[in-house]
Design a protein around this ligand. Sequence first.
Ligand SMILES: Cc1ncc(COP(=O)(O)O)c(C=O)c1O
Length: 443
Amino acid sequence: MQSIGAGDPGKQPASSTRQSLIDARHRFLSPSLGTASIYPDNPLILTHGQGQYVFDENNKRYLDCTAQNLCISLGAAHPVTMRMAGEQMHRIQHTTTLFFNEQPIRYAEELVARLPADVDWVVQLVNSGAEAIDLAYMMARAHTGHLEMVALRNAYHGLQFGAGGSTSFSGNRWISPSTQGFVHAIHPDQYKGVFGPGVTPYLDELKRLIAASTCGRIAGMIIEPIQGSGGVVPMPAGYMKGAFEIVRAAGGVCISDEVQTAFGRLGSHYWGFEAHEASPDIIVLGKGMGNGFTIAGVVCRREIAESFAKMRWFNTYAHNPMAAAAARSVLKVVEDEGLQANAQACGDRLLVGLAALKARHDLIGDVRGSGLMLGIEVVRNRTTKEPAVEEGSRIQARLRESGFIMVKGSPTRNTFRINPSLCITFEDVDGLLDAFDRALAAG
Ligand SMILES: Cc1ncc(COP(=O)(O)O)c(C=O)c1O
């Protein structure tokens, strides 16, 4: 058995064999993580990454179409992230929120400079997306004095106690009690939504939901501009804007969950909400924000933060200066290297190629998304839209053999998601399309 990362101190210990590492993972890490592997029968052990690629213990290279859950936005080992975070590490690794440090303060300033200038935005940093979601809900409640929040069905906002109450996948809701005060509106899925294509029936249903299932005065509503974990379900034009009007009329604030859609990933826009002419009151950020460093945050209108300031709030790691320096590198590099334009160009090329694959392969039911946030839903029958789960798993395994990592994420586990680092090239795109074509043809 090949030893893992033998001789390279930066990687796994030389003595670890693949099987002993897998055994130790099962022995010492919680069984609740068991379902987290995308290849449960044959786990992929990653030892290092470079740009849009990751490598296994045999130094096999893969195009990582997950960007490690959309976290590696610029690419792995990006020299600017390493320099900015590395220099900070040598100065001081951590300053808690009780002290001032240049990095989180400058980050907030640079972030606000990229948001619509007509609003007095302020930033509150945290450590993870779900923590930022919880914070957004607390802020919405503190500001409005209302309890109930509306989320969409098929939404994923995290699994912590508060965020978990708004996440709407049965598979993620069965085990632990979730927090109270959430109602779920029917999501305007244009491919297989219960009201079919269009926006008005979904907005009418939102009004009915608020009238029937809340006291009529709500704290707010949260929307992902594109539902990511729900299987890349884009909000149709007019939905976010219309929903926000309904929410404001009911006394609530409007939250855009941009954990997956921010920082240029969508190509056409820097922020997801911009594509919808919708003006949120609170924006939630995470994942690609730190190019792999643990940082997330809430950006909100000053008056909301002022309402929340009446409560004491503290978080130990929120202002970690290395993470903030890494987050500053994301803002800088997306602009310096034109990564939003690259996301647009590569995304458009993928959409054209995937449309051609759809014309040839009946298994592809739908292709959707924007920039480098794309979804391909595989179905057994284009009329019934029955999920092609096993077929998808075979395709996923073949893609892995060809050097492409793709998750098949959605509640029905039949939507391939393409979310690579924003630095991918046309060569990567063409290679992926070719491998996908061959995997589909193999049946
Ligand atoms: C849209 C969205 N919001 C919130 C979260 C929660 O983020 P985290 O896993 O960092 O807690 C996720 C995670 O996948 C997400 O996709």
